[in-house]
Design a protein around this ligand. Structure first.
Ligand code: TZP
Ligand code: MG
Length: 209
């Protein structure tokens, strides 16, 4: 699977916008692959919000990944699910979803990434690369050196690597140069809602260079 270099993730509290509105603005800026991340709504509420966002995504040619919830991804026919270390086991998610769905998986160390390389995944995320205030109780910072080590460890498997955590316009290039195939970003895209489109464009331009 080819991942776009920019992988935005939604955050309703930070942006003060619905998931659908965030997808709209991110798409206007050029994003084509977006994760819906929701840590505050009930599963039922998240499913409703995701359905509305998926309508926007389908209309505009965006692939949508659902954070945490394979059941919601399956029920809505989203493009995939992103699982953490405590979510449904990726092999179980693959049995549930089949080959058509994208499955991504969060890792926080070289050891976890090596373990992940054996699983039926479409991409592996590693982070936090830098300090982040967006995630509650983040694991220890991995750093660019850690990212390089993870790349070396999983390279032979040929699986795309997503860097996440504290990445900004100043550091996205370094993360890509250290081996990330894509950078996943929340606050540097969303903390000023009126700038989402512009910042998305800027990130995409920078990631090309
Ligand atoms: N997983 C590791 S760090 C992180 C997640 C979800 C938060 C990323 O947000 P930001 O604002 O880009 O640091
Ligand atoms: Mg999770």
């Amino acid at each position: 699977m080819i991942l776009p270099k920019l992988y935005p993730i939604t955050d309703v509290r930070l942006s003060k916008l619905s998931h659908a509105e965030q997808v709209t603005r991110l798409r206007e800026g050029g994003a084509r692959f977006i994760q819906l991340r929701e840590k505050n709504l009930s599963p039922r509420e998240f499913c409703d919000a995701a359905e509305a966002a998926l309508d926007v995504a389908r209309e505009r040619g965006v692939r949508l990944i659902i954070n945490d919830r394979a059941d919601i991804a399956l029920a809505l026919g989203a493009d995939g699910v992103h699982l953490g270390q405590d979510d449904l086991d990726p092999s179980a998610a693959r049995r549930l979803l089949g080959e058509r769905f994208i499955i991504g998986y969060s890792t926080h160390s070289v050891a976890q990434a090596v373990e992940a390389a054996r699983l039926p995944l479409d991409y592996i995320a590693i982070g936090p690369i830098f300090d982040t205030r967006t995630k509650e109780n983040p694991a220890a910072v991995v750093g660019l050196d850690g990212l390089r080590r993870v790349k070396e460890a999983v390279e032979a498997r040929g699986i795309p690597l997503v860097a996440i955590g504290g990445i900004t316009q100043d550091t996205a290039r370094a993360a890509l140069d250290a081996g990330a195939d894509s950078v996943a970003i929340i606050s540097a895209l969303l903390d000023a809602p009126e700038l989402i489109k512009q910042r998305t464009r800027e990130f995409i331009t920078m990631c090309k260079g």
